[in-house]
Design a protein around this ligand. Structure first.
Ligand SMILES: [Zn+2]
Length: 469
C-alpha cells in the first residue's frame, strides 16, 4: 500500500518517500498562546495527528519525529497580557498568559484524542544560542546577514526578499506583483516593501533578549525556522499547517531556512488544511459564532468532535454544524456498543488504504460503517478489526460502560429512577394495564430517555434504554 500526499508546493498528490525511513520527520506550526483555541485550530491538530498515527503505523512507532511548536513570544501575547493583567509588570503578565493558555491548549489536544507530538518546543527557549548547540534564532539571523540575505535598518533586522530569486514559489505569488500591490505597506527603512522582520527592538518594558543588534525580540517566522532545524535538521520530510499560513508565514520560513542553510528546499512535502466554517458562515468574533474547543468540550466528548472533524476531508472547507455533531454523537454511541469491548491491534486494510490516499478520512469512515455492519453480524474477527481500526484513529479510549455512564451523567439522568420506571412499565404491561404503561413511557420520553422493546436470548421481552441526543 503506497502512501500518497498532496503537496501544496507541486500542487499534486505524490507518492511519499521519506529522506530516512528510520526517522520520518514532520513539523507542524503550533499555536500562539494568547487565547483559547477555537474549532478552526482543532482542525490541524486532528488532521496532523491522523497523519502522525498513519506514519507510525507504516514506519514504526520509534521511527517518526513529530515537532509542533508553541509560540510564546509575540506582540499579540504582549497586548493580551497588558489587557488581562494591567496591574502586573508586563513580563510577569506575559508569563501568566502563556502558561495558562499553553496548558489549556495541551488539555484540549488530549481531549480531542491527539497523541502528544515527539517534541513541543517553546520559541523562547530558541532565541539565543543554546548550550546543547541546537539551532537558534540569533545564529540563524547572523548566518542570513553573513550570506547577504538580511540587513540591519532602523533598529530592525530585515530579510531581503530580492536576494532570493524564487521567493514566493510556495504561494505562487510573484514578487513583482507583490511590490506593485498597494496593500504592502511601504516603510522607508526597507529596501523592498515586501522585506520582513527577523528581529526588532524592544522597549525597556517589552520582552527582550540581548543580541548583536541590541536588546530585542524575534519576528514570528524565524521561530519556526529555528525550531524545525533544531529537531529535524536543515531539510526534512513534511511541513504542515493551516491554509492561512501559506503566505506569508510558510513562504518566509522557506526563505529563511533555505537561505541560511544554502539548501534547495526546506521540506519535501507541504501540507495545508482548509478552513472551518460554523453553520455555513465564516467564524468571527463579530458574528458571535466564534466557538472555542473548550466550550464544545463542555457539551460533548472529545471523540465526538474528533469524528465530526474527520467526516470532512482536510483539503475541503469544513462546515461545523450542531446537526453534524449530534449525528457524530449517535454514530459513536453505536460504535461503542458494537466494538468497545473487543480487542485487537491491527487496523483494517480498507481503512489504511483510504488514509494512505492523502488522508481520505471520509472514505475511511465509510469503511468503518461497512465494518460496523459486519462486526454487528457477529464474527469475532470483524469486531476485532472494527475495534482496532477505531482505536488506531483515536477512538474507543473508554469502555462501553464508561461511555454510557458518562453520557448519562452529562445528561443529568438518574439511571436508578429510569430502571425503576422501566420495571414498573413491564409490570403494567404484564397485567395488560396499557394506560399505565403508556403513561410511564411518556414520563420516560419527557426525561429524554429512548426505550427499545426487544427479546432477550431466552425469548422473554427485554427493554433497553438510552439517553436521547
Ligand atoms: Zn511556523
Amino acid at each position: 500500500m503506497e502512501l500518497r500526499l498532496y503537496d501544496t508546493f507541486t500542487r499534486e498528490k505524490r507518492p511519499f518517500r521519506p529522506i530516512d525511513d528510520k526517522n520520518v520527520r514532520m513539523y507542524v506550526c503550533g499555536p500562539t498562546v494568547y487565547d483559547f483555541a477555537h474549532i478552526g485550530n482543532a482542525r490541524p491538530l486532528i488532521v496532523f495527528d491522523v497523519l502522525f498515527r498513519l506514519l507510525r503505523q507504516i514506519y514504526g512507532k520509534d521511527h517518526v519525529t513529530y515537532v509542533r511548536n508553541i509560540t510564546d513570544v509575540d506582540d499579540k501575547i504582549n497586548a493580551r497580557a497588558a489587557l488581562d493583567f494591567p496591574g502586573l509588570p508586563l513580563n510577569e503578565a506575559i508569563r501568566r498568559v502563556t502558561e495558562v493558555t499553553a496548558s489549556q491548549f495541551l488539555a484540549d489536544a488530549a481531549a480531542l484524542g491527539c497523541l502528544e507530538p515527539t517534541v513541543q518546543p517553546r520559541a523562547t527557549d530558541f532565541v539565543l544560542p543554546r548550550a546543547d548547540g541546537k539551532a537558534d534564532m540569533v545564529t540563524l539571523i547572523k548566518q542570513l546577514i553573513a550570506r547577504g540575505h538580511a540587513y540591519e535598518a532602523a533598529g530592525e533586522v530585515l530579510f531581503d526578499v530580492r536576494s532570493m530569486p524564487d521567493y514566493g514559489a510556495l504561494s505562487g505569488r510573484k514578487l513583482d506583483e507583490q511590490l506593485a500591490g498597494a496593500r504592502v505597506a511601504v516603510d522607508a527603512h526597507k529596501r523592498n516593501p515586501a522585506d520582513f522582520v527577523l528581529w526588532k527592538q524592544s522597549s525597556a518594558d517589552e520582552p527582550g533578549w540581548d543580541s548583536p543588534w541590541g536588546r530585542g525580540r524575534p519576528g514570528w517566522h524565524i521561530e519556526c525556522s529555528a525550531m524545525s532545524a533544531a529537531y529535524l535538521g536543515e531539510v526534512f520530510d513534511i511541513h504542515g499547517g493551516g491554509l492561512d499560513l501559506i503566505f506569508p508565514h510558510h513562504e518566509n520560513e522557506i526563505a529563511q531556512s533555505r537561505c541560511a542553510h544554502g539548501t534547495d528546499v526546506m521540506a519535501n512535502y507541504w501540507m495545508h488544511n482548509e478552513f472551518v466554517q460554523v453553520e455555513g458562515e465564516k467564524m468571527s468574533k463579530s458574528l458571535g459564532n466564534f466557538v472555542t474547543i473548550r466550550e464544545l468540550l463542555a457539551d460533548w466528548p472529545g471523540e465526538v468532535l474528533r469524528l465530526n472533524m474527520l467526516k470532512m476531508h482536510y483539503r475541503s472547507p469544513a462546515d461545523w454544524t450542531l446537526r453534524g455533531v449530534e449525528e457524530s454523537a449517535r454514530t459513536l454511541d453505536d460504535w461503542y456498543r458494537v466494538a468497545a469491548d473487543a480487542s485487537g491491534d491491527k487496523p483494517a486494510a480498507a481503512v489504511m488504504a483510504a488514509l494512505s490516499d492523502d488522508l481520505n478520512t471520509p472514505q475511511a469512515i465509510a469503511e468503518l460503517h461497512a465494518l460496523r455492519g459486519r462486526a454487528a453480524a457477529g464474527a469475532d474477527a470483524d469486531r476485532a478489526s472494527f475495534a482496532s481500526s477505531l482505536r488506531f484513529l483515536g477512538f474507543l479510549s473508554e469502555s462501553a460502560a464508561q461511555w454510557e455512564s458518562r453520557k448519562q451523567a452529562a445528561s443529568g439522568v438518574d439511571a436508578d429512577k429510569v430502571d425503576l420506571l422501566i420495571t414498573a412499565r413491564a409490570e403494567a404491561r404484564a397485567r395488560k394495564d396499557f394506560k399505565e404503561s403508556d403513561r410511564i413511557r411518556d414520563e420516560l420520553v419527557a426525561m429524554g430517555i429512548v426505550i427499545k422493546d426487544g427479546k432477550g436470548a431466552d425469548g422473554k421481552p427485554v427493554t433497553t434504554w438510552e439517553v436521547a441526543r
